[in-house]
Design a protein around this ligand. Structure first.
Ligand code: AHR
Length: 321
């Protein structure tokens, strides 16, 4: 009987050691699940996707990207999928600011850190680990500050091509314009509509506004480069003077290189940067968390703004994207 008990004891200890050993194997590779909104929705998003993929495509990491195709409900399901598959970290570029509480509470209960990248959300702070990205309202305020300088006391009749409705980028940039219009009695919002970050849809919208408002439009507030491009194409096809000192003033966001060339050419008057290169920052945060170092709750990435009358080719050539 004593021999039998001894054998049993050895077996129990051995299996515990084996189980311990097996767990060790699992955590050697850090598994990161990235819930992207729509990997190719704009030039900016393509650069952002590349930055995340190239950064995490290294030994020691298993990086999985789920593309929600800008479907907010699908994105929440993507995140739940990462929880169910016991990923070590979840990174989210949120399609919409709302609808996150339940799934983030599930991630918290599963002790999986959640890193918000690029897009901010409306959820209690204890449900997410940290946010890395811009302050979209501040981006918008850089644009309206330029409008104040450019137009001075002249009346402003602006049309607003918005990003995807409900996304942090759209909410912040549109809010800055609303505040500025409320501040200036001679600023008028003639029309606004979402172009869903795309050139073709923005061109369609702008073409119909030109038919409706004609020469009354003296400013276009386009919430990203691709949509600014669409608006410019529509204006040019309608024979309107675009940009420069006395054409229809064009505001854009992102500052991707091809559109900085359009800024240098005077077609875009003010281009507010939105930095897509979040990969290295997110990896630094995860590497630190692996060492037990907590990140700052909010890390706002540094961004600039570029103007048609001050940008140079040298500035553009020095850009990373
Ligand atoms: O969240 C950033 C926005 O998303 C960019 O301004 C836009 O181009 C992108 O699709």
């Amino acid at each position: 009987m004593r021999k039998l008990l001894a054998v049993l004891l050895v077996l129990v200890v051995a299996s515990a050691a084996f189980a311990g050993g097996k767990k060790e194997a699992k955590s050697d590779v850090v598994r990161v699940g990235f819930a992207q909104c729509k990997a190719d929705e704009s030039d900016w998003r393509i650069a952002n996707t590349k930055s995340m993929q190239s950064t995490f495509n290294v030994p020691g990491y298993q990086f999985t990207m789920a593309d929600s195709n800008n479907d907010a409900a699908k994105q929440v399901a993507d995140v739940q999928g990462f929880i169910d598959q016991e990923y070590d970290y979840i990174v989210i570029a949120a399609v919409n600011m709302d609808g996150w509480d339940t799934v983030l509470r599930n991630a918290k209960n599963a002790k999986i850190p959640v890193i918000l990248v690029d897009r901010n959300i409306n959820a209690p702070q204890d449900l997410w680990t940290c946010y890395v990205g811009p302050d979209f309202k501040v981006e918008g305020e850089k644009a309206t500050a330029w409008m104040e300088k450019h137009f001075g006391s002249r009346a402003v009749n602006v049309v607003n091509i918005q990003g995807q409705l409900g996304s942090g980028a759209q909410v912040g940039r549109s809010a800055a314009l609303d505040d500025a219009i409320a501040k200036h009695a001679n600023w008028t919002l003639l029309a606004r509509q979402t172009g869903d970050w795309g050139t073709d849809k923005a061109k369609e919208i702008m073409t119909s506004w030109i038919q409706q408002y004609g020469d009354r439009i003296n400013c276009v507030y386009a919430e990203n480069d691709n949509m600014a491009d669409g608006a410019i194409q529509a204006l040019q096809e309608a024979g309107k003077k675009v940009g420069g000192a006395d054409g229809v003033a064009i505001i854009s966001f992102d500052a991707n290189r091809p559109y900085l060339q359009m800024t240098l050419a005077g077609l875009i008057n003010c281009n507010v940067e939105c930095n897509p290169l979040h990969g290295p920052t997110v990896k630094r945060i995860i590497d630190n968390l692996e060492k037990g170092v907590q990140p700052a709750k909010v890390e706002i990435v540094p961004e600039e703004a570029f103007y048609w009358d001050t940008i140079t080719q040298a500035i553009i050539d020095a850009r990373q994207y």
